[in-house]
Design a protein around this ligand. Sequence first.
Ligand SMILES: Nc1ncnc2c1ncn2[C@@H]1O[C@H](COP(=O)(O)OP(=O)(O)OP(=O)(O)O)[C@@H](O)[C@H]1O
Ligand SMILES: [Mg+2]
Length: 307
Amino acid sequence: MGETIVKVENLTKRYGKQSIAVDHLNMNVRKGEVYGFLGPNGAGKTTTLRMLLGLTRPTSGTGEVLGKPLGSSDGLAKVGGLIEYPAFYPYLSGRKNLIIMAKYSGTPLSRVDVVLEEVEMTKSAKYNFKSYSLGMKQRIGIAAALLKDPELLVLDEPTNGLDPKGMAEIRSLIRKLSKEGRTVLLSSHFLGEVEQICDRIGVIQNGKLVKEGTVEDLRGQVKLFIRATPAESALRVLKGMKDIDDVQEKDGAFYVTTDPSLSGSISHKLAENKIEVSELRNLERSLEDIFIELTESETLLHKKEVL
Ligand SMILES: Nc1ncnc2c1ncn2[C@@H]1O[C@H](COP(=O)(O)OP(=O)(O)OP(=O)(O)O)[C@@H](O)[C@H]1O
Ligand SMILES: [Mg+2]
């Protein structure tokens, strides 16, 4: 991992004079990772992915995909994409649909059975597309994106509309494809999802990338939640410990900012001072909390600009 295979700088897409869908976006996707592009409805996820796949032209900005300029056919030869709901012939089988696509794109027909196997649809490939569950339709969509044996797979909200079981199946399929050595760039507005499958995450809001990093980077520092008596002595001891960055007291409990691996020594220190600890646990901020924080600050900024 490390080599950058998608790199965009100041990527911008305007629709008309007023509407800006993607606003000077910078992002990097590294080879071998699963990158999650996370943002609420209308944030600019689909527009960005469409620009990466050469389906729409940027208004301004530059980019490279697999070392080739954005939108060039050389770069796109090794990129497979599934954007929004895929169009298939409902009264043809999954296999027949893929055969038509392979013929149309000049892909060897031998790839059809390979990709059906990859998405675990070999047994159901003979049935009409119309009869498939949403999860199966999505698998056929991913199979289509895999036909040209891409190095980079771009999936726009791959679990959208699926039930929890269907979502879990698609997530495990994405993990498998990643283990096989493909780089995956997926979009989602579902935090729990990106947290589970992505190595790195880019958060997009109002067309701008507001944060990029690993799940851990985004979570930031971890807090410990401690209940101990007597509270006054506990506060004094905690404040006196050099590894503790911050202590807040609220409703008789303490919120301590520190390295979570120090919880053992904190508990020990409190006990040494005859303080009884009734509760001590990690209090991680969920990605949801972080997302709300990030997007709220962005919304505030936006409001200020408007004012
Ligand atoms: N063809 C278009 N013409 C005009 N405006 C557009 C067009 N496509 C997208 N937009 C606008 O650009 C913005 C970003 O849309 P985009 O579809 O990229 O968001 P998204 O993050 O994919 O949202 P969602 O989660 O709903 O799929 C929205 O305000 C949308 O209305
Ligand atoms: Mg979208």
